[in-house]
Design a protein around this ligand. Structure first.
Ligand code: NBG
Length: 929
C-alpha cells in the first residue's frame, strides 16, 4: 500500500485484496470487505482475487455481493441517465498567485490615513440625495419610493462597508481562528432596517428620510426579500450569522447565490401556483459586492490518473469540465459592535465566457452552450423541504459550493503562511445538515492529491476541522447519492469515500468482531441497487462533533437514527438547541413591544442580553405593565388585520383571538389537523343557539406556508384550507365568530408582520417528527401563547416558561410507534366529531369531494401515519382550554408576560456561544472602534 493510503499499481492498476482472515469466525468463515469498503458479510468462498478493487470504477456487483444475496443473479446494473455532455479536455487554470500579506500592510495603513483625512460623514439627507442624483442618475426626476429606498440603502452601505473592511483588516492582522458555516440555504430577510438598527443609526435615518418626505418603514418595504432557503434551516443560518457578528466571532457564512430563490406562491382558485422568484431582476442588490478578484475553478466529470512518485502513488483528477465560482460578498453587521462579518455566496459561470472558435465556425448556439450549462448550477434553489431531490444538478450544486469554499479556506491559510497541519487550529467548518458533506472527501482530495499529505495526517486534520449538524430524522430527508452518479460526476471523491469507508469498517471490525449487523448499519455505502452513499453516515464518520437541534431530537438521533454510531463515538454526539435572534424577531419586528421592554427594563441592554427579560416575570401581575402589554399586542393585531384586509379582502376584528399556524406545509406539521378542527368549530357554531353564540370566543385562524411544488397532499391541504375559508367567511350565520385566512407567499417579511400579532400559535407536529422548530421561539418571545405537542423545542420551551403556560396535547413521542402498530392491527373507532367533519367534506360542503379524496384516504382505513385521528380529541380539549383562559384577560396577559420573559434561553446568542465554546473552540475578536 502506498503511503497515501491507496493501492500500489502496476499498469493497469493492480487489484489488491483487502479481505482478511479472522480466525475467530466460526467455520473458518472470513469476513470480507470489498476495497470499496462496503461491508459484504461473511463468506467462505471469497478469494483474494475476487475481493479485488479497480480504483476508478469498482463494480457494484462483485462476487461477494452476489454471495450475500444468496447466489442470486444480480439484477440488471442500474444505469443512471446519461446526461453528461462531451467537453473539450478541461485544463485547470494556473492558480492565482497571492501576494504576501506584509506587502499590503503599509499600503493599507497609508490609504486608510488618506481616507480619514478626506472623507467626512455627510448628513443623511445629503448622502441619500447624492446617490439619487449621481449613482442612480436621476437628477431631474421626481423622488419615488423605489429610488429613495435604493439611495438610502447605498448610503447605509457606505457606513457598513467602513466597518466591514475595518473588521476584515483587523482579522487579517490578528489571524484568529475562524468558523466557516457551510449552508446551502440562507433566509436573510430584508436588510435595510436590520442594518440601520445594528449600526445604531436609526434616529439619524428616520429623521433624514422624514426630511425628504418619506417614512423609513415605507421605504424598507420596497426591498425584495431574498428567499434563498426553504424554511427553518435557512432562517436558522441567518439568525446564526447575526449572532456570530454580534458576539464578535470571526465567522464566514458560505453558500450559493441562486438566481431564482424559493418560488413565489400565488393562490389562485384556492390552490397554490408557483411563480419563479427572480429576485435580482429589475434592481441592483445594494447588499452585496461582487468580488471580481475572487473566483475559483471547480471541476466535474473527468477521470482519475495514478502516477508513481518514488515508491508512492499519487492520484490526479483530470479532464471533464471546469466551471468558475465567482464570489459575491454580503457584509453581516453585528448589533452595536464594529464587527462586520462576511456571507460569501458563490455564483457559477463558464470558465471561458464564449467559444470564439465555435462562433467563427458559425455555430452560434454552441458558442454559448458551456456558459448556459455552467450558469445553470447556481440558477435555482431546490424547493424541496424534507425530500431528497435526487437530482444530478443538486449534487453539482453541493460540490460546486464546497469546492469553491474549501479553495477559499485553504488559500487564506496559505496566505498567512501556515501549513495545512494547522488548519484545525485556524478554521472550524460547520456543516449545516448533510448538504455540504461532500466537503469531507474534497478536503481529503486537496490534502492528498494537491498538497501531498499522507492519509493518516490528512484524515486527522479533516476530522478535527469538520463538525456536522443534523436537522431531521425523517428518513426521506436523509440524503443518499447513487454510487454510479458519484463515480461519473466526481470519480476521485468516490474513490476517497470508498477508502474512508474501508478504514472505518476495519475499525468497527476491530472493536466489534463478527458483528455483521453492526457493520452493515455503520457502512457509509448502502448495499442497494444501485449502491448508495449515505451522506449522514459520511458526515458523522468525518466529523469530530455531531449535534442535534433540540434535546428530544438529539436523543432520537442518538437512539433511533444512528444508535451504532453513537455507540462507537458517544463523545461526538451533543445537543445544541436552536435559537433565534432577538434583533430581527423582537427589536425590528415588534417596535411597540421593544419600546415597552426598553422602558420597563431601563435601557436597550436586553437586545444583546435577552435573559434580562426575566426581570419582568416578577411584575407579570402589575396592572400598568399588563395594560401596556395588551396595548402593544393590539397595535400588532391591528397591523395584521390591516394586512389581511388588503391581501385577502377579509375584515377581521382585533378583539378576536388570533390563532396562527405558519410554516412549511407538510403532513407531519399537521395543518390538516388544524383545518379539520376548524370545520368542527364551524359545525358547532352552526348548531348553536344565539345565546350560546354570544358566549363563544371569536377566532381568526391564520395560515401561511408553501408546499413543495411536487408534494401533492400538501397542495391538497392548501386547497382545503382555502375552500373552508371561502365557505366560513361567507356564511352570515357565523359572522365574526370565525374567520379563516390563508396568506400567500409566506417569507421572512410576512413572518415579521404575523408573529408579533398572535395570541395563539400552533406547533402541532406528530411527536418525534419536528426536530426543533424555531418559529415557536419567535412567537413566545413576542408574547404569544403556544398550542402544541410535546415535540422539538416545544418541550424545552414548556420547561422554561412552565407547562401550565402552554396548551399541550397529543401522543408522546415514545408512544407513536406503538399506536401505529395498534392501528395497523385494528384501526380504533373514529371520534364522532371527526367523523362528522369527514362527512361534511364528503358531502361536498367545501367543494367537490373528489378534490379532497386523497386527503381523506390518508387519514382513514388505518393509513393515519401522522396520528391525526388519535390526537383529535385531546386537541379539541386543548382548544377549549385556550378559549376558557382567553376570556380572562388578566390571566391571559399574565401568561403572555411570563412566557416571553422566560424565553432568554432561546436566543441564538446562547446557541452560538455554545457552538463556539464546545465545538469550534473559538475566541471572540472585538474589532476596536
Ligand atoms: C429543519 C427542522 C426544524 C428545525 C430546522 C432548523 C430541515 C432539514 N430541518 O424542526 O425540520 O427547526 O431544521 O434546525 O429543514
Amino acid at each position: 500500500m502506498s503511503s497515501n493510503g491507496h493501492a500500489s499499481p502496476s499498469a493497469p492498476v493492480k487489484k489488491v485484496s483487502l479481505s482478511f482472515n479472522n480466525n475467530e469466525l466460526g467455520g473458518g468463515a472470513r469476513r470480507s470487505f470489498s476495497r470499496e469498503g462496503s461491508f459484504l458479510g461473511n463468506s467462505n468462498a471469497t478469494s483474494a482475487a475476487e475481493s479485488s478493487f479497480i480504483p476508478i470504477s469498482p463494480s457494484p456487483f462483485s462476487k461477494q455481493a452476489e454471495i450475500i444475496r444468496g447466489g442470486r443473479k444480480s439484477p440488471e446494473p442500474f444505469t443512471y441517465p446519461e446526461t453528461k455532455p462531451t467537453y473539450p479536455e478541461a485544463k485547470p487554470p494556473a492558480p492565482a498567485e497571492d501576494e504576501p500579506l506584509e506587502l499590503h500592510v503599509e499600503e493599507r495603513k497609508r490609504q486608510h490615513a488618506l481616507a480619514q483625512e478626506h472623507l467626512k460623514v455627510e448628513p443623511v439627507e445629503a448622502s441619500v440625495l447624492r446617490h439619487v442624483q449621481y449613482t442612480l442618475a436621476r437628477r431631474h426626476q421626481p423622488l419615488t419610493a423605489p429610488d429613495l429606498y435604493l439611495a438610502t440603502a447605498l448610503s447605509v452601505r457606505e457606513r457598513l462597508i467602513e466597518r466591514w473592511t475595518d473588521t476584515q483588516s483587523y482579522y487579517t492582522t490578528k489571524d484568529p481562528k475562524r468558523v466557516c458555516y457551510l449552508s446551502l440555504e440562507y433566509l436573510v430577510g430584508r436588510c435595510l432596517q436590520n442594518t440601520i438598527h445594528n449600526l445604531g443609526v436609526e434616529n439619524e435615518y428616520t429623521r433624514g428620510i422624514a426630511a425628504l418626505g418619506y417614512e423609513l418603514e415605507d421605504l424598507a418595504a420596497e426591498e425584495h426579500d431574498p428567499a434563498l432557503g426553504n424554511g427553518g434551516l435557512g432562517r436558522l443560518a441567518s439568525c446564526f450569522l447575526d449572532s456570530m457578528a454580534t458576539l464578535n466571532y470571526p465567522a464566514w457564512g458560505y453558500g450559493l447565490r441562486y438566481r431564482y430563490g424559493m418560488f413565489e406562491q400565488r393562490i389562485e382558485r384556492g390552490q397554490q401556483r408557483e411563480v419563479p422568484d427572480y429576485w435580482l431582476q429589475g434592481h441592483t442588490n445594494p447588499w452585496e459586492v461582487q468580488r471580481l478578484d475572487i473566483s475559483y475553478p471547480v471541476r466535474f466529470y473527468g477521470h482519475v490518473h495514478a502516477v508513481r512518485q518514488g515508491c508512492n502513488l499519487r492520484y490526479q483528477w483530470e479532464g471533464g469540465e471546469i466551471v468558475k465560482a465567482q464570489a459575491f460578498d454580503s457584509p453581516i453587521p453585528g448589533y452595536r459592535t464594529r464587527n462586520t462579518n462576511t456571507m460569501r455566496l458563490w455564483s457559477s459561470c463558464a470558465w471561458d465566457e464564449f467559444d470564439l472558435n465555435a462562433f467563427n465556425a458559425g455555430q452560434l448556439a454552441a458558442a454559448s452552450e458551456a456558459r448556459v450549462r455552467a450558469e445553470s448550477i447556481s440558477a435555482v434553489l431546490y424547493p424541496n423541504d424534507h425530500t431528497d431531490a435526487g437530482k444530478e444538478l443538486r449534487l453539482k450544486q453541493q460540490f460546486f459550493f464546497v469546492s469553491a469554499t474549501l479553495q477559499d479556506v485553504v488559500r487564506r491559510l496559505k496566505r498567512s503562511r501556515r501549513p495545512l497541519a494547522e488548519l484545525p487550529d485556524k478554521v472550524a467548518i460547520q456543516l449545516n445538515d448533510t448538504h455540504p458533506t461532500i466537503a469531507i472527501p474534497e478536503l481529503m482530495r486537496i490534502m492528498l492529491d494537491v498538497e501531498g499529505l499522507e492519509w493518516a495526517e490528512a484524515w486527522s486534520i479533516s476530522t478535527r476541522t469538520f463538525a456536522y449538524t443534523n436537522h431531521t430524522i425523517l428518513p426521506e430527508a436523509l440524503e443518499r447519492w447513487p454510487v454510479p452518479l458519484l463515480e461519473r460526476l466526481l470519480p476521485r471523491h468516490m474513490q476517497i469515500i470508498y477508502e474512508i469507508n474501508h478504514r472505518h469498517l476495519q475499525e468497527v471490525e476491530a472493536r466489534w468482531p463478527h458483528d455483521t449487523e453492526r457493520l452493515s448499519a455503520l457502512s457509509i455505502i448502502e448495499e442497494s441497487f444501485p449502491k448508495m452513499v449515505r451522506m449522514a453516515v459520511l458526515a458523522i464518520v468525518g466529523s469530530h462533533s455531531v449535534n442535534g437541534v433540540a434535546e428530544i431530537h438529539t436523543g432520537l438521533v442518538r437512539t433511533r437514527l444512528f444508535p451504532q454510531l453513537a455507540d462507537m463515538w458517544p463523545e461526538r454526539f451533543n445537543n445544541k438547541t436552536n435559537g433565534v435572534t432577538p434583533r430581527r424577531w423582537l427589536l425590528l419586528a415588534n417596535p411597540s413591544l421593544a419600546a415597552l421592554l426598553t422602558k420597563w427594563l431601563g435601557g436597550q441592554g436586553w437586545v444583546t442580553d435577552i435573559e434580562r427579560l426575566r426581570i419582568l416575570k416578577a411584575h407579570a401581575a402589575n396592572p400598568d405593565l399588563q395594560q401596556e402589554w395588551a396595548a402593544s399586542k393590539r397595535v400588532n393585531k391591528l397591523r395584521l388585520a390591516d394586512y389581511i384586509q388588503r391581501h385577502c379582502g377579509v375584515e377581521v376584528s382585533a378583539d378576536a383571538l388570533f390563532d396562527v399556524h405558519v410554516k412549511r406545509i407538510h403532513e407531519y406539521k399537521r395543518q390538516l389537523l388544524n383545518i379539520l378542527s376548524i370545520v368542527h368549530r364551524y359545525n358547532v357554531i352552526k348548531a348553536a343557539s344565539p345565546e350560546e353564540r354570544a358566549h363563544m370566543v371569536p377566532h381568526v385562524k391564520v395560515f401561511a406556508g408553501k408546499a413543495a411544488a411536487g408534494y401533492y397532499l400538501a397542495k391538497r391541504v392548501i386547497h382545503l384550507i382555502n375552500s373552508v375559508a371561502a365557505v366560513v367567511n361567507g356564511d352570515p350565520d357565523v359572522g365574526p365568530l370565525l374567520k379563516v385566512v390563508f396568506l400567500a407567499n409566506y417569507n421572512v417579511s410576512l413572518a415579521e408582520v404575523i408573529i408579533p400579532a398572535s395570541d395563539i400559535s400552533q406547533h402541532i407536529s406528530t411527536a418525534g417528527m419536528e426536530a426543533s422548530g424555531t418559529s415557536n421561539m419567535k412567537f413566545a418571545l413576542n408574547g404569544g401563547l403556544i398550542l402544541g405537542t410535546m415535540d422539538g423545542a416545544n418541550i424545552e420551551i414548556a420547561d422554561a416558561i412552565g407547562r401550565h403556560n402552554m396548551f399541550v396535547f397529543g401522543a408522546a413521542a415514545e408512544d407513536t410507534d406503538g399506536l401505529r402498530r395498534e392501528m395497523a392491527y385494528q384501526p380504533p373507532p373514529t371520534d364522532e366529531r371527526l367523523q362528522q367533519v369527514y362527512s361534511c367534506i364528503e358531502a361536498g360542503a367545501f367543494g367537490p369531494a373528489s378534490d379532497f379524496r386523497a386527503i381523506l384516504d390518508s387519514l382513514q382505513h388505518g393509513n393515519d401515519f401522522y396520528l391525526l385521528a388519535h390526537d383529535f380529541p385531546s386537541y379539541l380539549e386543548a382548544q377549549a382550554e385556550v378559549d376558557r383562559v382567553f376570556v380572562n384577560k388578566a390571566d391571559w396577559i399574565h401568561r403572555s408576560i411570563v412566557s416571553a420573559s422566560c424565553m432568554g434561553r432561546f436566543s441564538s446568542d446562547r446557541t452560538i456561544s455554545e457552538y463556539a465554546a464546545n465545538i469550534w473552540h473559538l475566541e471572540a475578536v472585538p474589532c476596536p472602534e
